[in-house]
Design a protein around this ligand. Structure first.
Ligand SMILES: NC(=O)c1ccc[n+]([C@@H]2O[C@H](COP(=O)([O-])OP(=O)(O)OC[C@H]3O[C@@H](n4cnc5c(N)ncnc54)[C@H](O)[C@@H]3O)[C@@H](O)[C@H]2O)c1
Length: 256
């Protein structure tokens, strides 16, 4: 028995990073997976298929409502419904910095992908989930939505805070209609999104010193949390933020 047997899951940003790992894990747990990304997810689908799972690759840009609508329609067409909406696509842009230095363009793009993009996926996905008898929305926020950083990325941090607020409101609206909605807040994981900033040792150490466990997280450790939120194991949980961060948000000082 898989933990997602009988479920159809749509995962955005599934071409790489945590989204690709999620597609493989969800499929191994019995879900049929629509893997969505800017240029599709052929490699992810090949990995799922090689492991005996079922997935389709779809092209969509979460900043384009029509392409999101089409991806949801294609998912329902391919698999007959939608039960898990894993809103994982997100960006963290190079010149995202403090309040006096972040550009208008970076601010706008970050909000468009990380906040409005997630809303567009919910707008398209919720009717399909209602038609399918309900399900679970997992919105990827971040540990930075819970604390401030003196190595700022103000647009990114603000966008992830908005994800928590949106998650709570959607959770409450649909709580009696069988749709749950929770946020996943990963700690730092060296996917391409973060690795590009932490190429030098000093920058890595600046962050590592604040992590009680003394290491970065692994994509699989975050996806384990997403799997719990996606599955019926979390059936009485909605509107919450699940932090998986090696203890960062619990720490005042860390071990020497
Ligand atoms: N890596 C970390 O340390 C970390 C920590 C906390 C939260 N997160 C969040 O986790 C999620 C996944 O991040 P990751 O580290 O795997 O990043 P990643 O950059 O490896 O993967 C993100 C994926 O999203 C896709 N994407 C970007 N813009 C898109 C758009 N407009 N439409 C569709 N797809 C788009 C990219 O093509 C990419 O495949 C993001 O929401 C990120 O903010 C990451």
């Amino acid at each position: 028995m898989g933990r997602l047997d009988g479920k159809v899951a749509l995962i955005t940003g599934a071409a790489g990073g945590m989204g690709a790992v999620a597609a493989e894990v969800f499929a191994a747990e019995g879900a049929r997976v629509a893997a969505v990304d800017l240029a599709g997810c052929e490699e992810t689908v090949a990995a799922v298929t090689a492991a005996g799972g079922e997935a389709v690759s779809l092209v969509a840009d979460v900043t384009d409502g029509a392409s999101v609508d089409a991806a949801v329609a294609a998912t329902v067409e391919a698999f007959g419904g939608l039960h898990v909406l894993y809103n994982n696509a997100g960006v963290s842009l190079p010149d995202d910095d403090g309040p006096t230095t972040t550009s208008e363009e970076t601010w706008a793009t970050t909000m468009d992908v990380n906040v409005a993009g997630l809303w567009r996926c919910c707008r398209a996905g919720i009717p399909a989930m209602l038609d399918s008898g309900g399900g679970s929305i997992v919105n990827v926020a971040s540990f930075v939505a819970h604390l401030g950083a003196a190595t700022p990325q103000l647009a990114y941090t603000t966008s992830k805070g908005a994800v928590l607020a949106m998650t709570r409101e959607i959770a409450v609206i649909y709580a009696r209609q069988g749709i749950r909605c929770n946020a996943l807040c990963p700690g730092p994981v060296l996917t391409p999104l973060l690795a590009k900033y932490l190429s030098d040792e000093e920058k890595r150490q600046r962050r590592l010193v604040h992590i009680p466990m003394g290491r970065f997280g692994e994509a699989r450790e975050m996806v384990n949390g997403a799997l719990f939120l996606a599955s019926d194991e979390s059936s009485f949980m909605t509107g919450q933020s699940l932090l998986i961060d090696g203890g960062i948000t619990a720490a005042y000082t860390t071990p020497e």
